[in-house]
Design a protein around this ligand. Structure first.
Ligand code: ADP
Ligand code: MG
Length: 683
């Protein structure tokens, strides 16, 4: 027990970011508007895209695909749909804008509705998972997530309601960006009137240009792809490398900033590190340094910038300081493309970034720190040359730079593909190996996804979708494992319970840990905790919440996040509708917990782990060592012999989250093809 407490404490501050993704993909909705005091019309005219308005419209008219490159804040996401509307495109259909993040859909739609002076949800609306804010027949500009656009393709494979699709933030190359790119290429061939506009904040457009350029079948006289850059003027950036690699890059970054401050002329500094914790460490090193400065040496203001800061804290990075004061912004990858900080003259680049990688052997995703790509290094450097010539200090040698990969591998080649494969199959793409991906995923990742889908019963032996299970799984906007669990829950006599559990897994931070009240919260939360694990605990919380008539007061008394529970309740209603459509009987186990745990096993069996005599858990597939996450209710209990996890988190160890205690006999009973008897003999 003692050894377990040594490596982590529950509610340890370092783990407050647990649920957030990599910073670039975090749900930040922060927007910096330097012209907020002007009229909307003037604000729109000040944006860099405005000068290219006619050119962009001309290119869209003449080409099926137009790639627009411009840094964050130049007006791509808010203006291009409006330009299209103003020039009459919406007479023939809707303009759909696909975003990687849900929060971007809502904030952009709100902003554009305001700029157009219309009510949100009428001409301008958004559509995200479990939340639709559009009016059929009226909405002309529709912001939606990439995943939702893929779902629309299932209902309408040629996207007939749309006249143009804007694919936004394509530089992020999420899993769904690539799926949409591949599918759009097919659709464009069949619908010559449809337009695709690709927006990117980075300049490496060649790859996508080539991807779409091969689309030109017979009619080669007509150019089908164009690229336009709306970048303002950029200035030269001198690049400096280290002679020797650096052991501790956090300290290296801080030292470099100190050197810049002492030796270089005026100008603000932007430092790139890989995560919030590193940022905070570097900020504290630099604060010590700034306190030691004499008046003559000039003052230094150090501000952190990462996705988990509040909006007002993020705003500090944008404030201009009096002359003679140097600002140092220490940032995660968020400053590479997601936000643009004005006035930067010096960039310090640690040379690393955090990426999610999928390990096929153990079937787990992990966050790892890896060297950046050359594209990313160039992008970071470019942040220095926006107002005048600048300098970038790379904390590695020039030979290291030459060895870096050209571009950052897109998510498609480094993630679990089971959802993606299921979606593509539902769209009629049966031979995944032949699908035209912008960056084809490794064959073994595809095979692993096919294996899992087969085990879940979504695929036939021949590799097509099963009817109705596979088809329905694809239609549910949740992971294949949860979809399976939900669709068979009627047979297990517990669909009411599973609906609540699945809904609760879609929201985050249900348990509130207030500073100074951690102990009180823990005692109250214990009321809901059970030996069966976190999923059943979530069920208990939800059931109690409903029993208390969804009371806000009750939530705050119990240190529960009312907003999260309210959202879970909404999601549950929508999912109940969906499964009713699929004729899943609505049943309840009336308090019986075994049926619920067994049904969870029917979906999550691929994620089984057993307690190894060494004290850690091991996955059955791949023999990966795992530990229970401190946030789990099982963390402080007697460790169960067998568990299922919903997800894992890689820190210095691999931690399992959202656990359910199970009987291993269920694995053999429910997934005999997956777990042969011999593989369950654990030593
Ligand atoms: P891009 O897509 O090129 O990053 P956007 O079109 O999102 O640019 O934003 C352009 C500008 O519009 C921003 O720099 C900001 O000034 C203003 N803006 C965008 N969204 C908002 C918002 N929600 N509130 C206030 N201003 C906004
Ligand atoms: Mg944008």
């Amino acid at each position: 027990m003692a050894s377990k407490l040594q490596f982590l404490k529950p509610a340890d501050d370092t783990y407050s970011e647990d649920r957030s993704d990599i910073d670039q993909n975090s749900g930040t909705s922060f927007v910096y508007n330097p012209y907020r005091n002007l009229s909307i019309e003037k604000q729109r005219q000040r944006l860099p895209v405005f000068t290219s308005r006619n050119h962009i419209l001309y290119l869209i008219e003449k080409n099926q695909t137009t790639i627009v490159v411009g840094e964050t804040g130049s007006g791509k996401s808010t203006q291009i749909p409006q330009y299209l509307r103003e020039s009459g495109w919406t007479a023939d259909g809707i303009i759909g804008i696909a975003e990687p993040r849900r929060v971007a859909c809502t904030t952009l739609a709100e902003r554009v509705a305001e700029e157009c002076n219309v009510i949100l949800g009428k001409e301008v609306g958004y559509s995200i998972r479990f939340d639709e804010c559009t009016t059929p027949g009226v909405t002309k500009i529709k912001y939606m997530t990439e995943g939702l656009l893929v779902r629309e393709m299932m209902a309408d494979p040629l996207l007939r309601q749309y006249c143009a699709i804007v694919l936004d933030e394509v530089h992020e190359r999420t899993l769904y960006t690539d799926i949409v790119l591949g599918l759009m290429k097919k659709i464009l061939r069949k619908r010559r009137d449809l337009r695709l506009i690709i927006c990117s904040a980075t300049v490496d457009a060649d790859h996508l240009f080539n991807f779409f350029n091969t689309n030109m079948s017979k009619d080669s006289s007509k150019d089908s792809v164009a690229v336009i850059s709306v970048e303002g003027r950029t200035f030269a950036v001198d690049v400096f490398y280290l002679k020797e690699p650096m052991a501790n890059y956090i300290k290296g970054c801080a030292d470099t900033v100190m050197k810049i401050h002492c030796k270089e002329g005026p100008g603000d500094v932007l430092v790139f590190l890989t995560g919030a914790e590193e940022v905070d460490n570097c900020v504290s090193l630099l604060k010590d340094f700034s306190e030691s400065l004499t008046k003559k040496e000039g003052s230094l203001v150090v501000v952190p910038m990462h996705g988990s800061l509040t909006n007002s804290d993020q705003l500090r990075a944008f404030q201009s300081l009096p002359p003679g004061v140097r600002k140092v912004v220490v940032a995660t990858n968020i400053a590479e493309t997601s936000v643009t900080i004005p006035g930067i003259v010096y960039v310090v680049d640690c040379g690393f970034m955090k990426l999610r990688w999928y390990t096929v052997a153990s079937h787990t995703d992990s966050l790892v720190v890896v060297p950046t790509s050359q594209a990313s290094a160039i992008q970071r450097a470019g942040r220095a040359g926006r107002t005048r010539s600048g300098k970038v200090y790379r904390l590695y040698s020039e030979t290291e730079y030459e060895k870096l990969s050209k571009i950052t591998p897109p998510e498609m080649v480094r993630t679990n593909l089971s959802s993606a494969v299921l979606n593509l199959m539902a769209l009629g793409i049966e031979n995944m190996l032949r699908f035209d991906f912008p960056s084809p995923p490794p064959a073994r990742h595809l095979i692993s996804a096919l294996d899992e889908l087969f085990a879940l019963g979504a695929l036939t032996e021949e590799g097509s979708l099963t009817q109705p299970l596979g088809k329905q799984m694809a239609e549910l906007p949740i992971s294949p494992q949860l979809a399976k669990m939900l669709l068979v829950s009627g047979e297990f006599g517990c669909s009411q319970e599973i609906l609540s559990i699945v809904a609760m897994l879609q929201v985050q931070n249900i348990f509130i840990k207030k500073k100074g009240q951690g102990h009180a919260a823990k005692i109250i939360h214990r009321k809901f905790e059970v030996d069966e694990g976190d999923l059943i605990t979530l069920l208990n919380v939800f059931t109690a919440y409903v029993k208390k008539k969804e009371s806000k007061h009750w939530c705050s008394e119990h240190f529960l996040n009312h907003r999260a529970l309210k959202r879970a309740s909404e999601i549950r209603k929508r999912m109940e509708k969906l499964i009713t459509k699929f004729e899943v009987p609505l049943t309840s186990s009336e308090g019986g917990v075994d049926a619920v745990c067994k049904c969870i096993t029917a979906g999550m069996f691929p994620n089984a782990a057993y307690l190894h005599h060494s004290g850690s858990y091991r996955t059955v597939r791949g023999n990966q060592d795992l530990y229970i996450h401190p946030s789990s209710v099982l963390y402080t209990q007697k460790q169960p012999q067998w568990v299922l996890f919903h997800e894992v988190l890689h820190t210095s160890r691999v931690l399992m989250r959202d656990l359910t205690t199970i009987d291993p006999a269920w694995l053999l009973e429910l997934a005999p093809h997956f777990y042969e008897k011999t593989s369950l003999r654990c030593e």
